[in-house]
Design a binder for this molecule. Structure first.
Ligand code: SF4
Ligand code: SF4
Length: 446
């Protein structure tokens, strides 16, 4: 694709990068077939190619973004299905990042939209505030249900997405969790900020599983947000500040003893965060103080399924050969590119794993998308639930908290993290959403 940036514009690094990305597009349109918003809306402007034209015009003209450009950019999930499909290697995710930043800096959004986004940014990356808000939401939800059709859609949607309280575990304590038996490795566990408040049992299961396999786990002190949430909202300064803090904290651990502090990997159980942290090297490339450490973190970053796939699972045996519907999170399949690793691990542990049709399509979670675009997210969630229901599985497994919350709002059965099943299969407790099902199956066997 031809571009018409002025020499002055091309002096700016972000325009240089956008120019490179735009020039890679050959307008072939292959990406349309796998774009969830194009499939739902049937509008070229809601496709990757259509958005590329809108973003190109916005960046070249340097004029305030039009309402249409904002609307169609906001409708993009950043799911990266188009990147997987594109034969020309167009880095659409980075292009839409530039578009979001340009829109945010233009101040062209309505006051109400800016307020709602500021509310999400002030709430979600802060586990204490989020715990408090979840408590309030759980208290008021039964009373607001009869009036749900009169509530503002976004507020009603936030209440619908509130998960039940997690009575199973507290946030995992920071510090060193020693390996059991012979020590075979050492990892930093990246603490996801939203997951700490909503589902601390996932990291508790990860620590049990890893230490059982002989891996020492370091949980960093004061684990804050990795910056992914601000990044989704187009808030570059706080996103970069969070990235710098995270890189500095982990680098301190890596430098604490020996080469890389003996750290084999930085392991993430939230694929949305993992996919973002994987880009630290490029996000902080222009920062002389942090670029080297950021590149090192990116290189060490592994989704927990990737890390486990590179090792022996040991004596894994599913206590019951449950039928598991595995949901492929976009951040794993299109971002981190874990391939079949999670499915292979679950099968190796003895579960009967089935994969739904249209598994390349996003469930509608996409970071904060289901809070910002509840209508489209709801359609995608319902479509995902239909595809999962066809598998007649007893449980849905996924590797990303956002997907788990979104899918739970659309299916009636239990939804668990892949790691909870693997922990159970290697001697851990029954994942709590499965307790009733497992008790019923065991009593019917007697
Ligand atoms: S598939 Fe790639 S090259 Fe083709 S239109 Fe889409 S982004 Fe452009
Ligand atoms: S990132 Fe996803 S929603 Fe956005 S254009 Fe690409 S395929 Fe479509």
């Amino acid at each position: 694709m031809q571009t018409r940036f002025s020499p002055a514009q091309l002096d700016q690094p972000h325009i240089q990068e956008a120019d490179r990305i735009l020039r890679a597009c050959v307008h072939c349109g292959f990406c349309l077939a796998t774009c969830p918003t194009y499939i739902l809306q049937g509008d070229e402007n809601d496709s990757p190619r259509g958005r590329i034209y809108l973003i190109k015009h916005m960046l070249e003209s340097a004029a305030p973004p039009s309402a249409a450009t904002i609307r169609h950019t906001d409708r993009c999930l950043s799911c990266l299905a188009c990147e997987t499909t594109c034969p020309s290697g167009v880095a659409f995710g980075r292009l839409v990042d530039h578009a979001r930043l340009t829109i945010e800096e233009s101040g062209a959004r309505s006051g109400a939209e800016r307020l709602f986004r500021a509310f999400l940014a002030a709430l979600l990356p802060h586990p204490r505030r989020l715990r408090l808000a979840l408590g309030v939401a759980r208290l008021i939800r039964p009373f607001t249900r009869p009036f749900s059709r009169w509530l503002p859609q976004r507020l009603g949607n936030l209440l619908d997405l509130t998960p039940p309280p997690d009575t199973r575990s507290q946030a995992v304590p920071p510090g060193v969790h020693p390996a059991q038996g012979v020590k075979k490795g050492r990892v930093i566990l990246a603490p996801g900020c939203v997951q700490q408040a909503m589902a601390p049992h996932v990291d508790a299961a990860a620590i049990r599983l890893l230490t059982r396999l002989g891996i020492e786990v370091v949980v960093p002190e004061g684990g804050g947000c990795c910056g992914a949430l601000d990044h989704h909202l187009g808030r570059e300064a706080p996103a970069l500040a969070a990235a710098r803090n995270t890189v500095a904290a982990w680098n301190h651990i890596m430098e604490s003893s020996g080469e890389n502090g003996g750290v084999d990997a930085v392991v993430s159980t939230v694929s949305g965060c993992g996919a973002h942290m994987r880009n630290y090297g490029s996000l902080l490339a222009g920062d002389p103080e942090h670029s080297e450490a950021a590149a090192r973190v990116s290189e060490k970053l592994r989704d927990i399924s990737q890390f486990l796939a590179e090792r022996e699972l040991g004596e894994a045996e599913a206590p019951l050969p449950l039928v598991v519907a595995y949901h492929h999170a976009c951040t794993l399949q299109h971002g981190v590119k874990t391939g079949d690793a999670p499915v292979a691990l679950l099968k190796e542990a003895g579960f009967d794993v089935r994969e739904p049709g249209e598994s390349h399509l996003c469930c509608g979670s996409a970071g904060v998308y289901n809070m910002l675009q509840p209508e489209l997210a709801g359609e995608l969630g319902a479509r995902k639930a239909e595809n999962l229901a066809r598998l007649e599985a007893q449980v849905v497994a996924a590797g990303n908290l956002g997907c788990m919350v979104q899918i739970s709002a659309h299916v009636s059965g239990p939804v668990v993290h892949t790691i909870e099943l693997l922990d159970w299969a290697t001697g851990g407790p029954v994942p709590s959403p499965l307790e009733g099902l497992v008790a019923g199956l065991l009593s019917s066997e007697k």
